[in-house]
Structure formats: structure tokens, C-alpha cells
Design a protein around this ligand. Structure first.
Ligand SMILES: NC(=O)c1ccc[n+]([C@@H]2O[C@H](COP(=O)([O-])OP(=O)(O)OC[C@H]3O[C@@H](n4cnc5c(N)ncnc54)[C@H](OP(=O)(O)O)[C@@H]3O)[C@@H](O)[C@H]2O)c1
Length: 310
């Protein structure tokens, strides 16, 4: 198990974290009962997975609620990162005056009196440029001790660069995986600033497990891909399998992300105890330098000049 310090807090986390968008999220990710969700989170903690990434907008607050119920009596054993800006009611709200109320609602659902970190959930560019008082407000909340650290969740290279150049944050959640490697150019700069980096969507929404192909049918949030994109991803997955010489490529995809020492934690979205156990079993799996180079070359030759969309 690879442990590391988290975001200038005094807590340590397992670099293998838990993406909690799927918890109880029947609309977007298929059925999961509250009971199953609680059991899954408890099981994760029992297995040493102690970093949870959630948000009020995940399953209309249910993701946070499930985590809150599962961690009862074990608050100090876990590190929780949640978000601000997309509320449990499905509203987008980045207004300054609502920040404290949004945090209080998360605290209530999570049944806790502090958050290890809170990050702005895909904020607009002017916020990342530091042209608004958001980070001063978050700094005040940190001084009060309600939050221990703060930052942003972003998707693009431009947003990452702007954040690094413009504002002072403890943590940045980035979209990073074998098919989305652009942020890697900025890892050294983030490290210099002592920023914790969380890698979201490490499996390209499941594609990098190797279990989908051009005939796969998707529901919920994954109906966003058109036929052409599905065909292209299916071909890229074949290329990825060729590099790994494996059919189940989950550990190679996670291993790629964790091979970058600047990445603090990786947060695959987890739907079942079987999936959790699979990640835990391979959590110390390391890809070779040659394999990593081949994954970088795959990106550079087939994706870089014609990026995939999420
Ligand atoms: N804007 C944001 O801040 C933002 C956006 C996206 C994600 N996130 C965070 O990042 C986390 C991860 O992203 P994501 O869930 O979108 O994508 P992901 O981690 O790339 O893929 C998740 C999917 O991979 C499959 N999977 C996971 N572990 C597996 C295993 N061991 N074996 C086989 N299949 C496995 C599951 O697919 P099946 O469902 O088909 O089983 C799961 O739904 C989210 O949970 C969330 O916490 C944040």
C-alpha cells in the first residue's frame, strides 16, 4: 500500500482512493441501493482505502449521505474531499454568499464537523484567474478549521495552467489517464508549489479496464459518446491491450497514473465490492519503464493532435 501526506493536512492517505460519483447513483451509473453503498464504503475502509472523493451533486446528495452513514465512529480513519458549486438540488451555484451554507449542507450529509478538503467543482475561468473572492473566502473557512484544505476540480490543460499561475490552492483534481495525458506537462510546476494532485477518471470512464468494445451498449452518463467516438475508443483499447499484453487492463491503467510521483491519489469510480477488491489486490502493481513509454507514445501518436472528448 502506497501512503502519502494529503494536501498540507496532518493526515496520510492511501494513493489508491475511492471515486464516489457512483454511490447510490442509479440515474447515471446503474442501480446501487443505499445499503449496498454503505457496505461498499465500509469494506473499502476495512481494506485500507481511506480517501473518498464525493460531491453534493452526486446522486442528489446521496453519495455524501452514504459516506456519512458508513464512516460513523470512524471519522478520523478517513479523508474526505467534497466539492462546491453544484448542489444536491441540481443547481449550479458559485455565489460567494452561499459557500458557507453549501459547506454546512455537506457537513450535515457527511455527519461530520470538518472537511479534509473542499474543491470548487468545475468553476468558471474568471474564478481560476483569481478575479473573484472565492479563494479568500475559502482561506477564511480554513482558518476557522471547518475545512482543512481547498482547491479546484478542473478538466483542461488551460484551466490547470491558469490555476497554477493565478491562485493559491492546496489541491487540484485533474482529468488524467492514458488517453488524457496533456496535464502531465504541468506536474512539476504543481509539485514545486506543494499542491496535492488527485487524478479523476483514471479508467476513461471504464474503457481502460479493457471490458468494452465497439459493440458495447451504454446507459446513463455514458450515453454521451457518439458511434464514431465509441469506434475510436475501441481501437485505442485494442492498442492499449497490445501494449499491456493483457485482457483485463485495469491495473495497467491505474499503474500508469500512479507511476507519476507527483500524483497524490488516483480515484477510480467504484461500483461493487468485486471492483474494489480488484483494485486493492493490484494496488502495488507497477508498470515497467518500457510499458510506460509505450503508453506515452500511444497518446502522442494517436490522440495528442486529435484529443478525445471526456
Ligand atoms: N468534475 C469532477 O470533479 C469529476 C468528474 C468525473 C469524475 N470525478 C471523480 O472521479 C471519479 C472517477 O471517475 P469516473 O468514475 O467518471 O471514471 P473512471 O474511474 O475512469 O471509471 C469508472 C468505471 O470504471 C469501471 N471500473 C472501476 N473499477 C473497476 C474494476 N476494478 N473492474 C472493472 N471495472 C471497473 C466501472 O464501470 P462499470 O460501471 O461499467 O462497471 C466504473 O463505473 C468519480 O467517481 C468522481 O469521484 C470528478
Amino acid at each position: 500500500m502506497q501512503q502519502t501526506h494529503y494536501a498540507k493536512t496532518n493526515k496520510k492517505i492511501n494513493r489508491l482512493g475511492f471515486g464516489a460519483w457512483q454511490l447510490g447513483n442509479t440515474d447515471f451509473w446503474g442501480h446501487m441501493s443505499v445499503e449496498d453503498g454503505i457496505e461498499l464504503v465500509k469494506h473499502a475502509i476495512d481494506k485500507g482505502v481511506n480517501f473518498f472523493d464525493t460531491a453534493p451533486g452526486y446522486a442528489h446528495g446521496l453519495s455524501e449521505t452514504i459516506i456519512g452513514m458508513a464512516i460513523s465512529g470512524r471519522r478520523e480513519d478517513v479523508v474526505i474531499n467534497t466539492k462546491l458549486g453544484h448542489t444536491a438540488d441540481g443547481e449550479t451555484d458559485f455565489s460567494i454568499f452561499s459557500l458557507r451554507d453549501q459547506i454546512n449542507s455537506s457537513l450535515e450529509r457527511l455527519q461530520t464537523d470538518y472537511l479534509d478538503s473542499i474543491i470548487l467543482h468545475n468553476p468558471a475561468m474568471n474564478i481560476l484567474e483569481g478575479k473573484t473572492p472565492h479563494f479568500q473566502e475559502l482561506k477564511k473557512l480554513k482558518e476557522e478549521g471547518i475545512i482543512k484544505a481547498y482547491g479546484v476540480s478542473i478538466d483542461t490543460y488551460e484551466e490547470f495552467l491558469t490555476t497554477l499561475n493565478s491562485v493559491d490552492v492546496d489541491v487540484i483534481e485533474i482529468l488524467f489517464n492514458v488517453f488524457f495525458q496533456e496535464p502531465a506537462q504541468l506536474f512539476a510546476k504543481a509539485k514545486e508549489k506543494g499542491i496535492s494532485l488527485i487524478a479523476k477518471v483514471p479508467l476513461d470512464s471504464g474503457w481502460l479496464t479493457g471490458k468494452y468494445d465497439e459493440f458495447s451498449e451504454f446507459e446513463g452518463i455514458r450515453t454521451r459518446w457518439d458511434d464514431e467516438t465509441i469506434l475510436r475508443r475501441a481501437q485505442l483499447v485494442r492498442d492499449f491491450k497490445h501494449i499491456t499484453r493483457a485482457k483485463d487492463t485495469t491495473r495497467h491503467a491505474i499503474g500508469f497514473v500512479l507511476s507519476f510521483p507527483e500524483i497524490t491519489a488516483v480515484i477510480p469510480g467504484i461500483k461493487s465490492i468485486e471492483q474494489l477488491d480488484e483494485h486493492v489486490k493490484h494496488q502495488d502493481f507497477k508498470i515497467s519503464a518500457e510499458m510506460k513509454q509505450a503508453m506515452i507514445e500511444l497518446y502522442e501518436s494517436k490522440i495528442k493532435d486529435n484529443p478525445l472528448y471526456w
